[in-house]
Design a protein around this ligand. Structure first.
Ligand code: GZL
Length: 327
C-alpha cells in the first residue's frame, strides 16, 4: 500500500475513533445528568383522588423527560419530612410535595431554602410566617369548592320547598387545607340562609371506613332529623351510603348527599341518583407541576398560586353528558 493511502487510512480511523468516543461520552453524560431531577413526596394512597394524582404526576414526569424521585409517606407527616431531607441530601433540582397538614414544615423547608432548592406545594397548602419557603402552590381553590356545594344546597332547598334543612358534615383530615377551606366556603355560603342548620361536623380523615363510622354515629344520634350529608370527599361519601341504606333511608331522596372530588365511582352513583351533587376537584396537576419545576430550574419567574378549572356535577343537569373521569 502506498504511503499516501496509508496516511489517509490512519487519519480516517482517528476521526472515527474521536467521533465514537465523543458519542459515548455524550451518551454517558445524558444518562448521569437528566434534564431535571424532581423529588416528590406524596401523602399516601388514602383515596381514588390520591391514586389519580400519583398516576398523573408519574405520567407527566415521563412526558416532560423529568427524572422523578417519588416517595409515598403513607399518611405520616414525619415520613414526608424525612423524604424532603433525603431529596436535599441528594441535591435534587426541585422539591414538590402535598403537605398532609398545614403546620410543622418550617424547619425542613428552611433546610431546603438554605440548600438553594426551590419547593413547589402540590394540592395542599402550608401555614408559615416565612412566605419565601415555597415558590408556588398548584392546587384547587377548596374554598370555592365549599361555596359551590353551599350554593347547590340553597338551590335544592328552594326546588324542594324545604323550610328547615338539618345538615351533618363529614370533614376531611383535620388541619388540612381542603378540610378547612371546604368547611369555611360551605358555612359562609349558607350562613345567611335561616333554613340551614349544621347539626354536627365529624372528622372522617378522607378515608372510606372512617366515613362509614362517622355516618353510623350521626345516624344513631340524629336519625331522621338528618336532611343533608355534606362530605368532603367521595371516599367518605361512598363509605357513608351503605350506612344510610342500612338505617332504612334512601340516599339522594330521603337524605340529600353532597360530595367532593368527582372520581368515576362517585359519578356512577350520582347517575344512579344516590348522590345529588359532586363538586369536581381534579387530581390532574402533573402538567403544571412539571412546567413549573422546569421554569424554576431555569431561574424563570412562576405564579405564586395556580388553580385548575373545576366544575360541579348535580341532579340539575343531563348527567349522560359526563365522560370517563380517569380517576
Ligand atoms: C384535595 C385532596 C383531598 C381529596 C381527597 O385536593 O387533598 O385529599 O379531596 C384526598 O380525596 O384524600
Amino acid at each position: 500500500m502506498g504511503k499516501r493511502k496509508w496516511l489517509i487510512m490512519v487519519m480516517v480511523s482517528n476521526l472515527l475513533l474521536a467521533f465514537f468516543s465523543f458519542a459515548c461520552q455524550k451518551n454517558d453524560s445524558a444518562q448521569s445528568d437528566p434534564a431535571l431531577l424532581l423529588g416528590f413526596s406524596q401523602i399516601g394512597s388514602e383515596s381514588a383522588w390520591r391514586a389519580g394524582n400519583t398516576k398523573d404526576i408519574e405520567e407527566q414526569a415521563e412526558l416532560f423527560g423529568v427524572s422523578l424521585m417519588f416517595e409515598n409517606a403513607n399518611q405520616k407527616q414525619e415520613n414526608q419530612i424525612a423524604a424532603i431531607r433525603r431529596f436535599i441530601a441528594y441535591k435534587v433540582d426541585v422539591i414538590a410535595f402535598s403537605p398532609i397538614v398545614e403546620e410543622g414544615w418550617e424547619n425542613v423547608l428552611t433546610e431546603a431554602k438554605n440548600a438553594g432548592i426551590p419547593v413547589i406545594l402540590v394540592d395542599r397548602d402550608i401555614c408559615s410566617k416565612d412566605k419565601e419557603l415555597t415558590a408556588c402552590l398548584i392546587g384547587a381553590d377548596f374554598y370555592e369548592e365549599g361555596v359551590m356545594a353551599g350554593e347547590y344546597l340553597i338551590r335544592k332547598a328552594d326546588t324542594l320547598g324545604l323550610e328547615q334543612v338539618n345538615i351533618v358534615e363529614i370533614t376531611g383530615t383535620d388541619n388540612s387545607t381542603p378540610m378547612e377551606q371546604r368547611q369555611a366556603g360551605f358555612a359562609d355560603t349558607i350562613a345567611s340562609d335561616e333554613r340551614m342548620n349544621i347539626l354536627e361536623s365529624i372528622d372522617g380523615d378522607f378515608i372510606k371506613s372512617r366515613g362509614a363510622e362517622c355516618m353510623r354515629t350521626l345516624l344513631e344520634k340524629y336519625g331522621d332529623d338528618i336532611d343533608v350529608v355534606y362530605s368532603h370527599n367521595d371516599e367518605m361519601t361512598l363509605g357513608a351510603l351503605p350506612e344510610i341504606e342500612e338505617a332504612g333511608f334512601v340516599p339522594g331522596k330521603d337524605i340529600i348527599i353532597i360530595s367532593i372530588d368527582g372520581g368515576q365511582d362517585a359519578i356512577d352513583v350520582l347517575k344512579d341518583g344516590k348522590i345529588n351533587c359532586v363538586v369536581e376537584c381534579t387530581p390532574k396537576l402533573g402538567r403544571k407541576v412539571m412546567e413549573t419545576a422546569i421554569k424554576l430550574k431555569n431561574g424563570e419567574e412562576v405564579d405564586d398560586v395556580i388553580h385548575p378549572e373545576e366544575q360541579i356535577f348535580s341532579d340539575e343537569q343531563d348527567l349522560s353528558t359526563i365522560g370517563p373521569r380517569g380517576y
